[in-house]
Design a protein around this ligand. Structure first.
Ligand code: 13P
Ligand code: SF4
Length: 320
């Protein structure tokens, strides 16, 4: 008899063909699998739709599947549920959170808003439904500039929760904003010293960076943008070497798109693997299989909160 491995108290036969089972269950459940670029390569490879936060929100808004399996982090699956109250939305691991989202509890933002009642609140999508509900409009890294610029010049803006993206936006739009002081655990660890050394060793390499990185990294970048934008940059034919300052999962698609190019992931300050998002990487093939099999764990939301969080997301989708 095959031995059983135990995961969360649910046993999976290790000889099970997980890819085949996932394909069978996906059909049986009429499910769509949405995956972010920071997921493990094997999850990316079997997803129905792969994208950045904005593309995944759009895909969630447009799907006619009965079940959405969100291979990403909690705020992404929660956004899908906000857009699809009648669908079942499952996240392979409910603990897949986000340090940016955790940095901005809704009651704290509510108090900050009270101190600045004249400010419009623009929130990065990496936040909870409670924070979305307090916001005038949501943005992602691919539409943030357009969203900020959609307000008339001189409008006081409070930007939450990512101070690095906020600072980058201040620089690129020329707008002064009040910035919430949240950071991403992955993007804040990149080392400027190591970046300079890599640049010296590979002077021909294009430096491509996500705007969640600190200014010390962004000032050396040739291109700054969302994960899908960075993937596009990696396909610029005149370049064949790239220093990549974002989560390492994106390298899977970059390498697939440019098998002969060189991709150098920017190392973090410590000698650890901190350029892997510890939350994103909680999702595994086993948990993906289990959530399709059991339709658990589900994202559930109070209807009043959902409606309050829906309005600024819809505003974002209209503006982008
Ligand atoms: P993108 O929207 O650029 O994919 O970013 C999501 C994210 O969480 C980056 O850390
Ligand atoms: Fe959040 Fe950073 Fe992970 Fe993105 S990479 S989900 S911002 S912790």
């Amino acid at each position: 008899m095959a031995s059983l491995s135990v995961l969360d108290d649910r046993a999976i036969d290790p000889t099970l063909d997980l890819e085949a089972e996932i394909a069978r269950l996906r059909k049986e459940r009429n499910a769509v699998i949405l995956a972010h670029y920071y997921q493990d390569g094997e999850i990316q490879d079997l997803a129905d739709f792969l994208g950045d936060s904005l593309q995944l929100s759009r895909a969630a808004a447009e799907t006619d599947a009965d079940v959405i399996v969100f291979c990403g982090v909690h705020f992404m699956a929660e956004t899908a549920k906000i857009l699809n109250p009648d669908k079942i939305v499952v996240l392979p691991d409910l603990d897949a959170g986000c340090s940016l989202s955790d940095s901005c509890p809704a009651p704290a933002l509510a108090r900050f808003k009270e101190l600045h009642p004249d400010h419009k609140v623009v929130s990065y999508i990496n936040c909870s439904a409670g924070v979305k509900a307090l916001s005038d409009v949501i943005c992602t890294s691919s539409n943030a500039k357009a969203i900020v610029e959609s307000f008339p010049e001189g409008t006081p803006i409070l930007f939450a929760p990512d101070r690095n993206l906020g600072a980058f936006l201040q620089k690129t739009t020329g707008r002064e904003m009040l910035l919430w002081q949240g950071t991403c655990v992955v993007h804040e660890t990149f080392s400027e010293r190591k970046l300079l050394r890599l640049k010296e060793e590979h002077p021909e390499a294009l430096v491509i960076a996500h705007p969640e990185c600190e200014e010390a990294i962004l000032r050396h970048a040739d291109r700054v943008g969302s994960t899908s934008y960075l993937l596009k940059c990696a396909q610029e034919p005149e370049h064949s070497a790239f220093i990549v300052a974002t989560e390492a999962g994106i390298l899977h698609q970059m390498q697939k798109a440019r098998p002969n190019a060189t991709f150098l992931p920017l190392p973090p300050e410590a000698g650890c693997a901190c350029n892997n998002c510890p939350y994103m990487k909680l999702n595994t093939m086993e948990k993906l299989y289990l959530c399709l099999r059991d339709l658990e764990p589900r994202i559930e939301l109070d209807e009043g909160l959902r409606l309050a969080a829906l309005a600024p997301i819809e505003r974002m989708l209209e503006l982008s």
